[in-house]
Design a protein around this ligand. Structure first.
Ligand code: PAF
Length: 299
């Protein structure tokens, strides 16, 4: 897979009054050295929205300095996924990050992150990367973890914040940090939602008016499932699936109740932490959402 796509690199943009912007690893190292700690990192692929702003706010609450990375990582895009069409808006991103008080923005191009071309040695996500999103996006999580590891090494943060919205990514980052002894604390930030419950995502921009209406069924199904948590795993799944079935505008890929760490289906008599996760296609847009919940012990 080619790593370089020079025509789509974000343009260099001055950072007037906002956070310092660095484009190279050398400049990052210099700027990082002057940051008061603890230092938090929020990794993004740009096209930032309120969900990212919530991550930066939480990072600011927990750390003295917040580094935001903006990098559209070619390694995590599959053959049929359009890397070139991924939205890019570095100027808008810098404006948002200025408002949210980020300290430093690292927005490298692909050659800076992968100076030797596509990396020959990569992080393998293992079995956790093959299920759910990994089942429809083979190799995606290898690409995610490879760039997350590299960005951790380049930024050297004390904390790294990830959105609960991408629960599988979060579980895999936690697993990588534990398995590879990365010296960083991983912090999960609750999913940011629109007023009607729709999880904020860059992909929502692709929804037309009908799709936008239908998309609410994902969060509605999660709410229905969560409301049944006191009646056990089977009741949770039945409630969520019934709600999904009532919306013909959403074609469900999966609706599962899994262990949040292993992503394995929980048994019917499970109690304690579980993750209700859903993926559906609305028009041509694939949406995901999830809700962590506590299952009541069986009566
Ligand atoms: O969640 C994302 O935006 C990306 O997967 C991440 C973590 C920035 C890695 O490219």
């Amino acid at each position: 897979m080619p790593v370089r796509s020079p025509e789509v690199d974000p343009p260099a943009a001055p950072s007037a009054g906002g956070p310092a912007l660095v484009r190279t690893r050398a400049d990052l190292a210099r700027a990082r050295a002057g940051l008061p700690g603890p230092v938090a990192v929020v990794m993004t692929m740009g096209a930032l929205h309120e969900g990212h702003a919530a991550l930066v706010r939480e990072a600011r609450r927990r750390a003295a300095s917040v580094v935001v990375t903006v990098f559209v990582n070619p390694l995590q895009f599959g053959a049929g996924e359009d890397l070139d069409r991924y939205p890019r808006d570095l100027e808008g991103d810098l404006a948002l990050l200025g408002r949210e008080g980020a300290s430093l923005v690292f927005a490298p191009g692909p050659d800076e992150v992968y100076p030797g071309g596509p990396p020959q040695v990569r992080v393998q996500a293992g079995p956790l990367g093959d299920v759910l999103e990994g089942a429809v996006r083979p190799g995606h999580f290898d690409g995610v973890l490879t760039v997350v590891a590299k960005l951790l090494h380049l930024v050297r943060p004390d904390l790294a914040l990830f959105g609960q919205k991408d629960a599988q990514q979060l579980a895999l980052v936690r697993r990588m940090v534990a398995d590879l002894d990365e010296p960083v604390e991983v912090v999960a930030v609750p999913t940011s939602r629109e007023g009607d419950g729709l999880a904020r995502s860059s992909r929502n921009a692709y929804l037309d008016a009908d799709g936008r209406r239908a998309a609410v069924v994902l969060s509605a199904a999660l709410a229905a499932g969560a409301a049944a948590a006191g009646r056990g795993a089977a009741a949770v799944l039945a409630a969520a699936r019934e709600r999904l079935a009532a919306e013909p505008g959403a074609v469900v890929d999966y609706c599962v109740l899994v262990d949040p760490r292993t992503l394995a289906d929980v048994p019917d008599d499970a109690a304690g932490d579980a993750l209700l996760a859903v993926a559906a296609r609305v028009g041509t847009t694939r949406l995901i959402d999830n809700a962590p919940l506590g299952l009541a012990p069986p009566a």
